[in-house]
Ligand binder design. Structure first.
Ligand code: NAP
Length: 281
C-alpha cells in the first residue's frame, strides 16, 4: 500500500469515503461489511461529514469502527459552513463525536467556504485543537486563491489538508492547487477519485482506459484509482458499499501505471494548460 506523510503520522494513501452511506437500512449490512473489509485490510482513514445523511453516515462509521482500536484509525469529518463560527463548530463537533462514538477527530474540515470570516473559523479550530478534541484541521473545496487567503490569516499556517475533487476527468486542480500544496507538503485529499462511479462511462469506456485495464488485468475503475494515486502527497478516498469493490480498490493502490500508459491517458484526458474554475460536487 502506498503511504503518505501526514504531519508526524504516516497514513495509507487510500482511505474510505462514506457519502450516501448509512441512509438506507436495506444497505446497512453491505455497507458495514465493506467498511470492515477495508479496516481489516489496512485502510485506517475514513472520511465522513455532518452533512452526509444529516449524521447517519457518521453513525454508520461509529458502528463500523466499534471493535477497532481508536488509536489505529484516522477519522475525518466536516462541518457545514453555516456552523463555522466558534460556538456552532463546537456544537457540531460534539454531535459528530457522539455519532462516531469517539472523543476526538484526527482531522476536522470546513466543508466549503461560506459567510463566516475565515479568521473566526481558524480561531475556533485552533481552540478545538488546544482542547484535544481534534488533532488537525483543514478545509475542503478551496481553490488556490482561498488557500492563499487562508495562509495570511493568524493560525492559517496550521492548515493540515485540503480536500478537492480530482479524477482523470476533472484535472483542473493540477494547474495550481496540487502544486501549491505539494510545495508546502500539505496533503491533498482527492474526493470522487473514481468519478462517482462514472455512471455514463465517459472515462471507463474510453479506449485508452480500457487498454490500460487490459494490460494490468484490472477494471477500468481500478485504472481511474491507480491514476489518481500516482500523485505524491495525495490521499484518495473512494466510496464503495460493496466489499468486492473495496478489495479491488485496495488492489488498485498497488498498481503503477507506466509512463507510456500515463501519456496515453493524457492524450484522451489532457491536463490543464491554464487556470480552470474549481470543480465542486
Ligand atoms: N469534501 C467534499 O465536498 C466531498 C464531495 C464529494 C465527496 N467527498 C468524499 O469523497 C468520497 C468519494 O467521492 P464520491 O463518493 O463522490 O465518488 P467516488 O468515490 O469517485 O465514487 C463512488 C461510486 O463509485 C462506485 N465505486 C467505487 N469503487 C468502485 C469499483 N472498484 N468498481 C466499480 N464502482 C466503484 C461506488 O459504487 P459501489 O458502492 O457500487 O461500489 C460509488 O457509486 C465521498 O464518499 C466523500 O467521503 C467529499
Amino acid at each position: 500500500m502506498q503511504e503518505i506523510k501526514f504531519q508526524r503520522t504516516t497514513l495509507p494513501a487510500l482511505g474510505m469515503g462514506t457519502w450516501h452511506m448509512g441512509e438506507q437500512s436495506a444497505q446497512r449490512e453491505a455497507e458495514l461489511t465493506a467498511l470492515r473489509y477495508g479496516l481489516d485490510h489496512g485502510l485506517t482513514v475514513i472520511d465522513t461529514a455532518e452533512m452526509y445523511g444529516e449524521g447517519r453516515s457518521e453513525s454508520l462509521v461509529g458502528a463500523a469502527i466499534q471493535s477497532y482500536q481508536r488509536g489505529d484509525l484516522f477519522l475525518i469529518s466536516k462541518f457545514y459552513p453555516q456552523n463555522a463560527t466558534k460556538q456552532r463548530m463546537r456544537q457540531s463537533l460534539d454531535a459528530s463525536l457522539r455519532r462516531l462514538g469517539t472523543d476526538y477527530l484526527d482531522l476536522y474540515l470546513l466543508h466549503w467556504r461560506g459567510g463566516v470570516p475565515l479568521s473566526e473559523t481558524v480561531a475556533g479550530l485552533e481552540d478545538l485543537k488546544r482542547a484535544g478534541k481534534i488533532r488537525y484541521w483543514g478545509v475542503s473545496n478551496f481553490d488556490q486563491v482561498d488557500l492563499l487567503e487562508l495562509a495570511q490569516i493568524n493560525g492559517g499556517q496550521h492548515l493540515a489538508a485540503n480536500e478537492d475533487l480530482y479524477n482523470l476527468g476533472a484535472r483542473g486542480v493540477e494547474f495550481d492547487v496540487l502544486s501549491w500544496q505539494q510545495k508546502r507538503a500539505i496533503p491533498f485529499i482527492a474526493y470522487s477519485p473514481v468519478a462517482q462511479g462514472d455512471v455514463r462511462g465517459r472515462l471507463t469506456e474510453n479506449t485508452a482506459v480500457q487498454q490500460v485495464a487490459q494490460a494490468h488485468q484490472i477494471t477500468a475503475h481500478q485504472v481511474l484509482l491507480a491514476w489518481t494515486l500516482r500523485q505524491p502527497n495525495l490521499l484518495a478516498i473512494p466510496q464503495t458499499s460493496n466489499w468486492q469493490h473495496m478489495q479491488e480498490n485496495i488492489a488498485a493502490a498497488a498498481v503503477t501505471l507506466t509512463p507510456a500508459e500515463l501519456a496515453a491517458l493524457d492524450q484522451s484526458f489532457p491536463g490543464p494548460t491554464r487556470k480552470q474554475p474549481l470543480e465542486i460536487i
